[in-house]
Design a protein around this ligand. Sequence first.
Ligand code: G5P
Ligand code: MG
Length: 224
Amino acid sequence: MATKLFKSVILGAPASGKGTISARIVNTFNLEHISSGDKLRQHIQKNTPIGTEAQKYIKQGKLVPDELMIKFITEEISKVRPVWLLDGFPRTVAQAQALWNIHNLDVALNLVVPFPVIIDRVKGRWVHLPSGRVYNEGFNSPKVPGKDDLTGEPLIQREDDKPEVVQKRLEQYEKLTRPVIEFYREKGILHEFAGNTSDEIWPKVLDCLATYVPLHITTQRQTK
Ligand code: G5P
Ligand code: MG
């Protein structure tokens, strides 16, 4: 009998398109999407204790401590169906090991986008905080400037998208997150997708996942 579970992660540098590609994946394959960054920003907006603690690090472009993140994401995973895609977690080898100890992952996707492309793209990013929907001027512009397409609510620019903070995030990525790619390569579940645009990368991700995601998970959505 086909497994009822599907557990996956998506890796990539800041602004490599994890949120953009994740939205297409979860819509196509009927998966749960847990974006660590989106969840933390929602906590910051609501002034929760987690939000207050996380903001100290996020605004400097630093990673939130492993202990907090592992507990936080483990709890978020327990709230959803066991068919999920984690976006932005794990971000260190300690996080990857902690996740590996608890969950059998099916696949790790890694987006490879050149840094100059990323730095250029961050400048035009607009975000709808409650949903995590992202827009970019010229690529997927909102229908009405400054407003979310579905709710009409205001879009914001992220505090950590300022050029000096983006630079710090890219440094942290090189030092702390790049080794996570090797972690999954050694486990034999890594798939890498290179390109300058999400439209170029998406068909390759789609082909790959079509061979992994059990059909009954995907078709549940179509019968709803
Ligand atoms: P986040 O929120 O996880 P990052 O830095 O990993 O932040 P980010 O910035 O959310 O990743 P993304 O999701 O990879 O980027 O990219 P995206 O939002 O889809 O696309 C970026 C922009 O480009 C958007 O405007 C999009 O519309 C546009 N775009 C996409 N494709 C194209 C294209 O083809 N062409 C063009 N022109 N535009 C395009 O984490 C934030 C912070 O939270 C903490 C850390 O402090 C982190 O810095 N944090 C953690 N700390 C510790 N451990 C963890 N696990 C943590 N998770 C979060
Ligand atoms: Mg994101």
